[in-house]
Design a protein around this ligand. Structure first.
Ligand SMILES: [Zn+2]
Length: 111
C-alpha cells in the first residue's frame, strides 16, 4: 500500500528524537514522562531522559552511575551528549568577544 509507505517515510525523517540513545536504553513512565526507567538496573530517573543519560554515563554529581550499564553503551551515550552540546554551541553562532577578553586577562596575569 502506497499510503502506508508515505506514513513510514514521514515518521522516518524529520524528527531526530528517536536517535537519542537515552530512548534505546530507557523508557518513560506512561503516566509520568519525567520518570525514565533504566533498562539495565531498572532504576527510575526522575529528571527526564537527560537524567537517564547522566545515570548511564556516570560522573555526574546528582545522579547515581548505573552499576550494570555496558561500557560501549556508556561511550555511545557520552559521545551523543558531547555532540549535542557542540551542536548547541554551533547553532548559537555567537561571536566569542567575551571569551577573547577573558583570555587577554589571563595572559596579562600570567606574564
Ligand atoms: Zn541503570
Amino acid at each position: 500500500m502506497s499510503a502506508n509507505e508515505d506514513i513510514g517515510a514521514l515518521t522516518g525523517t524529520g524528527s531526530t528524537e528517536h536517535l537519542d540513545p537515552g530512548r534505546k536504553y530507557g523508557f518513560p513512565d506512561p503516566s509520568n514522562k519525567v520518570n525514565w526507567t533504566c533498562t539495565f538496573c531498572k532504576k527510575v530517573c526522575k529528571g527526564g531522559v537527560y537524567c537517564l543519560k547522566q545515570h548511564l554515563v556516570g560522573g555526574f554529581r546528582n545522579v547515581t552511575k548505573c552499576p550494570t550499564c555496558l561500557e560501549h553503551v556508556r561511550e555511545e551515550v557520552k559521545v551523543f551528549m558531547i555532540k549535542k552540546a557542540e551542536a548547541k554551541n554551533v547553532s548559537q553562532m555567537m561571536p566569542s568577544v567575551d571569551d577573547a577578553d577573558e583570555y587577554d586577562d589571563v595572559e596579562e596575569l600570567g606574564t
